[in-house]
Design a protein. Sequence first.
Length: 463
Amino acid sequence: MAARKGSLLIPITVGSAFFMEGLDATILTTALPQIAKDFGVAAPEVGGAITSYLLSLAIFIPVSGWVADRFGAKRTYCAALVVFTLGSALCAMATGPLWLALARGVQGLGGALLTPVGRLILARSFPKDELIHAMSFMIIPGLIGPVVGPVLGGFIATYTSWHWIFLINLPLGALGLALALVYLPDIDGGGASTAFDFRGFGLIVLALAPLQFALESLAAAHVSWTTTGALLVISAAGLLAYIAHARTHARPLIDLNLLRIRTFAVAVGAGFLSRVAIASAPFLLPILFQSAFGMTALHSGLLVFSMAVGQLVMRMWTTPMLRALGVRNSLALNGVCIGLSTVGFALLTEPRADWIVFVYGFVCGLSQCVQLSVLAALHFSGVEPDAASRATAFSSVTQRFAAAFGVAISASLLQAFGGSHLRAADFNAVFLIVGAIALAAVPFYLMLRQGDGADLMAKGAKS
């Protein structure tokens, strides 16, 4: 029997699925060198296991609201859990990079529906004056997953087989499905009010998928420049076609009119650049520590874990900082910190004392948390309530694709500088380039005016 509306069993149930997805998003990175060795390829070539998941999220998140309205939120949520768990089983059966990337895409389809529909269930189950309290019960499990992911992934890769990184999701998925069937309310969205925008969805796929494949091809030595160029041309054509389509469609999946709102445009555009760097470091560091320094997966996971700890600790201080400095200054200051701290990893030309690396990673995590939290809130500043769902879809897509782009461009640069035999020196230029991308966001943050985002603080927006 479903829990009554307003019951804290609802956010706890949703949070359990968020824990599984958050764990899965970070547990893989420390095991990539072991997976690459098992497949007989260079570590950068397995980056597709991360980017295909993120690309699948970016493509399918826009359809989540329509699907939930059409088939019901609870039914969609449970189906998403099944798809995610099935994708995990397929990942564990992978025998090569392509199979793993495709299976991760199946996982991404489940995750694309799971996260936004879970939030939708929560929003429809609690009155607004209780929603923040309820979300705190949902957010905590979602935060714990990414924190323990690098360490657990390192432990599994060091002492067992990498296959257990994915097999662990099977009991977690079964438990989450059982909790959802029992405790989540049956929320009727009333059916989708408009027909599904199949043309818009097709154009989004045409724009994003070839672009991602082009980036992946840069990390694969056997793919020709002609193929890469053709993929980029197809992607550009898809993007231009979608822009033309969105201008005439009444309810496009991605509403480009939102970019007319200055705060939203800055959050999307400058935020994309910052997220590229934030996503690159957790991908690059385990490969550096294991391939160049000879560390075990567990050892490198413990060091990468420092950034997650910094992000978790900083959450309680983000709102006070935001109130003290304002949105514009907070984003600009932390944009500089993210860029410089990413560049600072280029100094890791040889193994350093663990405590030095851990403290440095912890400090990096502090600035990353502030940036991610403020950007997440800024997406809704100045956005009318009836446009909130469209803002969520737009921002979710760009966030996921920024992370996929960061991993793909890092893998491509590693392939260009080091190939299959990576040395510490090969990572220096990569960190410098990625850090420069993060610093390029700072001038755009400074385009914000004093008072932009004040509505978030006035409403006591949480970070």
